[in-house]
Design a protein around this ligand. Sequence first.
Ligand code: ADP
Ligand code: MG
Length: 349
Amino acid sequence: DDAGVPGRVRVAVRLRCRNAEEMVADADFADCVELQPELKRLKLRKNNWDAETYEFDEVLTEFASQKRVYEVVAKPVVESVLGGYNGTVMAYGQTGTGKTYTLGRLGEEDPATRGIMVRAMEHILADVSLETDSVTVCYLQLYMETIQDLLDPTNDNISIVEDPKTGDVSLPGATLVEIRDRQSFVELLKLGEAHRFAANTKLNTESSRSHAILMVHVKRSIEGRDMTHSGENGNNNHIIKALKPPIVRKGKLVVVDLAGSERIDKSGSEGHTLEEAKSINLSLSALGKCINALAEGSAHVPVRDSKLTRLLRDSFGGTARTSLVITIGPSPRHRGETASTIMFGQRAM
Ligand code: ADP
Ligand code: MG
């Protein structure tokens, strides 16, 4: 099992159960997919007698708990972030298939339903020591190639700065908030969500048309270790203790709730929708090209093609761990979108 192997994208597929509408409207029709979780396989039905089979790193059925999804999709990435590396967890899929449920669910009424963002923060806070380490977050929306600060709505055009030598990405001007406990993090996510809703209302758009991006910076100082060694002639009476200077170890976790992958031009909406469609297609296809390049072990990862991939530049490939969860629904009505989501996931492997 190569969970957390750097430079390779780990892909899980998650199926949500039928919603109330699908249970009624599609009652006479079979699901378009069939999962074989123990074989890590998914069958996409072509018709009543024929199906295509695909393999994934992990296959999560509609019965998979949020805890299990966290363990499979995010835990190895968070562990490597705690070890001082960067990492990315992304959800890709059609609107309504469970991206936000998987990543962003707060689970205040029922802790068992908490999603990856909250679980990752709990994991990080349990591992660091807040006297010497720091955990800071920023929360952004990327809409039409513009980065907006979800923690400060007046900050609506954040630029990306890349260090030409190291390739490190920074966002000068983005609000950074220090986190010390889970509840204040949950409050921050709620505030960000409220700002996102207000901004999107003003722009006359929906949150499914933009990417939500959470960044968690973990900075740890590794205590100067006791270096104990004995005297030259093996005489243990002269034990020398030397204190090493503290080392700072930095890791960054990026969680991306991607824009809906559906072809939105067919929805027939007017106005700037076509521009939105172009912009979403640009960023998702740029992302697709980058993860294909990683999957092929290509030396050239084309990060420059979109803001989304420029933003992720130091958080995938190289020593960074990347985990992608593709979310699908079972309804035969959306078989086409489901097939295209599955293909996106397959190309990442
Ligand atoms: P997306 O973010 O992909 O548009 P959502 O996460 O908003 O989709 O999910 C759409 C609806 O389906 C929501 O009402 C959500 O609560 C529900 N849902 C999604 N995934 C699950 C799941 N695994 N279990 C239960 N309900 C789910
Ligand atoms: Mg969503």
